[in-house]
Ligand binder design. Structure first.
Ligand code: ZN
Ligand code: ZN
Length: 582
């Protein structure tokens, strides 16, 4: 089924939901019910709150109603008529005002005994097209998404042309729930939130921090190997810097309010570009130095609505693996190629396949929109051609997205698919010909003249928080050995074996292994179960025999038994595997 038809089917099912709700709760005030990416929802003001326990009953009613449905009929009404129909529904009246303001016609669609204010887009034969549907959840949603408005009840559901497709989707949802990084983050003790610290501000536990540290070291080391110059610049900067870059006031909505220090205003930075440009400007540069690749694990602060915050996926303070490559125009192609090499290398290390877990999108400028795009057709043409050429030469599959570029130039978006099948721009590689002008970045060319470089803004992996959320779900919490917060846990069988376990742990820790010794006076089976639940890659069991042999009996988290191994050679093997990022 094509996307439009599927959307009409789901939109029609939203009508079905509304009809059933009115049958069961006649005093409900309906508002809007659109189709969304994986289904539909309807927002309504219920007289009394309902819960997810009520969903099966609503579903049953929907099934009954569907049997009576033939097809949608449409009528057009005047503003006065529409307001009379919805005289008791202030939400619909507001919608009518909005329709009138936009100069559109007011249309009502009727099917069975239910009529709704709607602009159309339904299945021609809902009874035939709606193969199967399911109501999934209930959430609170502010009217028009504004916290100052009343809170409505949103019922989410989905519908498919066949029962088989619905079942497959529900199974995927179930699997995704198991892998949900918020759930696993709690169970595996990786990060927490504190009401007192604030929303969208994660606290990383020692275990989560261990994973993060490994991840960050890996990225920094790899970038340094590839010629990046890693730097540190402050999270805070004078408001004047963002006025110079143009982020203020244009990007104001995403920034936090200025902080006044000694009569001067400062901003928590939403991006690090201007800091890196100022670093570049601290002394003159020759063409021989270019490209200069400034990289930083840069802390940033961007405003996100509280309703948008989601675990580590959407936060209000995050760390971007950021870099700015300042290059001569003729170096751009080679540099972008190298950036994509790096991105693909890192992705490969995590077992992510290009074309499967992620793909490229070439975002182009819609030049006619002069407010959104910097006016310089020649530079746009050149930049877009370079990016397209790089992708074509690499034989990378990509889609083009007109109108998705940044203000200052086109970009390659790295689109990631999460376990829910939802696709998102994870990070980007941008070609910028505007900021060098604005900051007056220059270098001295071969002829001794000043020339303007271009800037490539890029990330190698995106925001650390987001990557962590992604990796937790990707591995379902079972991190590979090199990333695991605890790589091996030693399990003494009885209390008398605890001392040896602690000594062995010390030896492994000294060699750089992340090791725990579980010296609780629990039964071995209980200790094995706990370590398995914590998804620790290796368990080392220690009893009398092992102590006599200076060995441990090694078990993998999948239950595989490696038998009794001497500590020294086992350690050697572990270190080799970690080095290979297994
Ligand atoms: Zn409709
Ligand atoms: Zn930047």
């Amino acid at each position: 089924m094509d996307a439009n038809k599927l959307q009409s089917l789901r939109h029609s099912t939203a009508h079905l939901l509304a009809a059933a709700v009115l049958h069961l709760y006649p005093k409900t005030k309906l508002t809007i019910g659109p189709a969304i990416e994986n289904g539909f929802y309807y927002d309504a003001a219920f007289e009394k709150p309902i819960s997810e326990d009520d969903l099966p009953q609503i579903e049953n009613e929907m099934k009954k109603v569907l049997k009576t449905w033939k097809g949608f009929t449409k009528r057009e009404v005047t503003e006065k008529e529409a307001k009379e129909i919805y005289k008791n529904n202030e939400y619909k009246k507001e919608l009518i005002d909005e329709i009138v303001k936009r100069g559109e016609k007011i249309t009502l669609y009727k099917i069975g005994d239910f009529e709704d204010l709607c602009r159309g887009g339904h299945s021609e034969n809902p009874q035939k097209d709606i193969g199967d549907f399911k109501l999934l959840s209930i959430a609170g949603a502010y009217w028009h998404g504004d916290e100052k408005n009343p809170m409505l009840t949103r019922i989410y559901g989905t519908a498919f042309p066949t029962k088989k497709e619905l079942d497959e989707y529900l199974e995927m949802l179930q699997e995704a729930k198991q892998r949900d990084h918020k759930k696993l983050g709690k169970e595996l003790d990786l990060f927490v939130f504190s009401e007192t610290v604030g929303k969208g501000l994660p606290l990383w536990t020692p275990k989560g921090s261990a994973v993060r540290r490994v991840l960050e070291r890996f990225i920094v080391d790899e970038e340094i190997k590839r010629g990046y110059l890693h730097v540190y610049t402050p999270d805070l900067a004078s408001l004047a810097l963002y006025e110079k870059s143009g982020h203020y006031p244009y990007y104001k909505e995403s920034m936090y309010a200025p902080i006044t220090i000694d009569d001067e205003q400062f901003m928590l930075r939403p991006m690090s570009c201007p800091h890196h440009f100022e670093l570049y400007l601290s002394r003159p540069h020759s063409y021989k130095e270019l490209p200069i690749r400034f990289a930083e694990l840069a802390k940033m602060y961007r405003y996100e609505q509280s309703g948008e915050l989601a675990g580590l996926q959407r936060v209000r303070a995050f760390t971007l693996a950021d870099a700015h490559i300042i290059a001569k125009v003729d170096q751009a192609e080679g540099e972008i190629n190298k950036v994509l090499d790096l991105i693909e290398f890192i992705a490969q290390t995590f077992g992510l396949e290009h074309g499967k877990e992620y793909h490229y999108r070439l975002s182009l400028g819609e030049r006619a929109e002069e407010k959104k795009y910097y006016k310089d057709d020649k530079s746009w043409d050149k930049a877009e051609a370079v990016l397209r050429k790089v992708l074509k030469n690499r034989k990378s599959h990509f889609v083009e997205a007109p109108g998705e570029a940044a203000f200052y130039g086109p970009k390659i978006d790295v689109q990631m698919k999460n376990v829910n099948g939802k696709e998102d721009t994870a990070f980007t590689v941008q070609y910028d010909f505007v900021m060098p002008k604005r900051f007056n970045l220059t270098y001295i060319n071969e002829k001794g003249e000043e020339e303007q470089p271009i800037v490539i803004h890029r990330s190698s992996i995106g925001a650390i928080e987001r990557v962590m959320a992604f990796l937790i779900e990707h591995y379902a919490g079972a991190f590979p050995l090199w990333l695991a917060p605890v790589q091996i846990v030693l399990l003494p069988i009885a209390d008398r074996h605890a001392e040896f376990a602690q000594e062995a742990a010390k030896e492994l820790r000294n060699a750089g292994i992340r090791v725990d010794a579980d010296i609780r006076s629990e039964r071995l089976q209980a200790k094995i179960r706990d370590a398995t639940l914590q998804k620790v890659p290796f368990m080392g069991i220690i009893g009398d025999k092992e102590i006599a042999e200076k060995a441990i009996s090694v078990r993998k988290r999948n239950g595989e038994d490696l038998g009794q191994l001497k500590i020294a050679p086992f350690l050697e093997q572990l270190l080799q595997d970690i080095d290979k990022k297994i």
